[in-house]
Write a protein that binds this ligand. Structure first.
Ligand code: AMP
Length: 449
């Protein structure tokens, strides 16, 4: 299996540090608001990557940090009057609910920054002791000049840090030095005690403190969106490799492309976002998941309702084909159906080639196109083999291919609603029955009395 790593800018053969074990860390959300579908894109991609690694037989331990202390949370708390910790818990809960709806179920541990203050403080102290960091009157800073390899992930240089958001501080030796600890004495903000006084961690340190604690100084895979390469992931490498003296901190750095709207990254600050919750009011979660996986994880996706509808139709084609396979999958599968052999090989070869889900999905359509007209002439064994393969593909992509399971619940529900409405009309309660009709209409259902 080959995986593209941002660090080497090339596809590399995948070799784990410990045989059969993959330690995977992906930067999690900053929990101050609902997640948007750009976040959904990144987390669906990594969920699928984890599913495939497991399918290949690896035991994967997947950690996501939860940034629950940060300027954005504190500002939102001040605006809303809701205590920062209450606000953070609320949006963490909603984030996890959203992920479950998207069938993003692979994270083994959500590690909150605020639950790891001893590890954060300990790592900062070791950086000071080793001469990589220094204390000033307003914080503790990493001294960039002490780490020669800064920039190896992003190919960017130290000077570019100056233009970044960490540089509001004025007491630093060099403008490029970044904050490890921010002193916040006597302010009405969440603070934690530390050897340098009350305060809170800088932006980058929680991730390396968490991964060092659970995985050790070196591990297999680190993921996140493209925007995090610089300076965030660069700073992670700097901190961790400085403190451990070992390189590389991470073997494979994986970065997802953006989900864009009209060519611009979907983001809170550009006000061009759709929350996952909003999207799921009108679309099935599987449709969005299938839409995301129809593009390679490293490429940008241009979001539009039209392309979402296209995905809906494509997924429907797979489901209708799956429905035609009127067989039960059994343990022993005995088939040498060539069409299946060809396209299933193409599917797995594509997944082995840096998780190329669009090519893998194209292989499913290759199989459908080449076998659809032959189905009636195929043996039960051949059909069982096709179905078993589609079951595997469905599990790896995290998208349900069964028509009935998805639709049955809503059909039953519609029937109940329709009966209640008939009774309301019979009792001349037209206000209520009209409201139900209108509400159903806004959800896309037409009712003819
Ligand atoms: P944030 O909470 O903004 O730090 O984002 C959490 C994760 O979602 C990071 O890995 C981001 O890179 C990723 N992300 C944010 N916006 C987008 C987007 N429009 N497309 C893809 N990934 C995104």
């Amino acid at each position: 299996m080959d995986i593209y790593s941002t660090l080497t800018r090339s596809k590399e053969n995948f070799e784990t540090i410990n045989e059969n074990r993959v330690n995977l860390f992906v930067c999690g959300p900053t929990v101050y608001d609902d997640a948007h579908i750009g976040h959904g894109r990144t987390y669906i991609s990594f969920d699928t990557i984890k599913r495939y690694l497991e399918y290949k037989g690896y035991a994967v331990f997947y950690i996501q940090n939860v940034t629950d202390v940060d300027d954005k949370i504190i500002n939102r708390s001040k605006e809303s009057g809701i205590p920062a910790n209450v606000l953070a818990r609320k949006f963490e809960k909603r984030y996890r609910e959203d992920m479950e709806k998207l069938n993003v179920t692979g994270v083994n541990l959500f590690a909150r920054a605020t639950d790891h203050m001893p590890e954060i403080i300990d790592q900062i102290q070791r950086l000071i002791d080793k001469g990589f960091a220094y204390e000033t009157e307003d914080g503790v800073y990493f001294e960039i000049d002490t780490f020669e390899e800064f920039g190896k992930l992003s190919n960017r240089n130290v000077e570019e840090l100056e233009s970044h958001r960490e540089i509001a501080e004025t007491t630093k030796k060099n403008q490029q030095d970044f904050a490890l600890w921010k002193k916040r004495e006597g302010v009405n903000e969440p603070v934690w005690p530390s050897p340098w006084g009350d305060g809170r961690p800088g932006w980058h340190i929680e991730d390396t403190a968490i991964t060092e604690y659970y995985f050790g100084e070196q591990y297999d895979v680190h993921g996140g969106g493209l925007d995090l390469i610089f300076p965030h992931h660069e700073a992670e490498i700097t901190q961790m490799e400085a403190v451990s003296g070992k390189s590389p901190m991470v073997r494979y750095w994986l970065h997802t492309g953006f989900l864009n709207v009209n060519g611009e990254k979907m983001s809170k600050s550009l006000h061009n976002f759709i929350t996952i919750r909003e999207l799921l009011e009108s679309y099935e979660p599987d449709t969005f998941r299938f839409f995301v996986l129809s593009t390679h994880y490293r490429s940008p996706i241009d979001f539009s309702k039209d392309s979402l509808h296209q995905s809906e139709k494509s997924l429907d084609r797979i489901r209708k084909f799956y429905e035609l396979l009127d067989v039960e999958v059994t343990e022993d599968i005995n088939s040498d159906y060539e069409v299946l052999a060809k396209w299933s090989k193409e599917f797995f070869d594509s997944m082995d080639d840096d998780f190329n889900t669009p090519k893998a999905i194209a292989a499913l359509f290759g199989l459908i196109n080449d076998s659809k007209n032959e189905l009636d002439n195929l043996s039960a064994e051949d059909k069982i083999a096709i179905k078993a393969f589609l079951d595997d593909a469905s599990h790896i992509l995290g998208v349900n291919f069964e028509l009935e399971e998805v639709n049955a619940g809503s059909d039953d529900l519609l029937e109940v609603i329709s009966e209640v409405r008939s009774e309301l009309r019979a009792n001349k309660q037209y206000d209520l029955s009209d409201k139900i009709r209108d509400d159903l209409q806004s959800l896309g259902y037409e009712i003819n009395d």
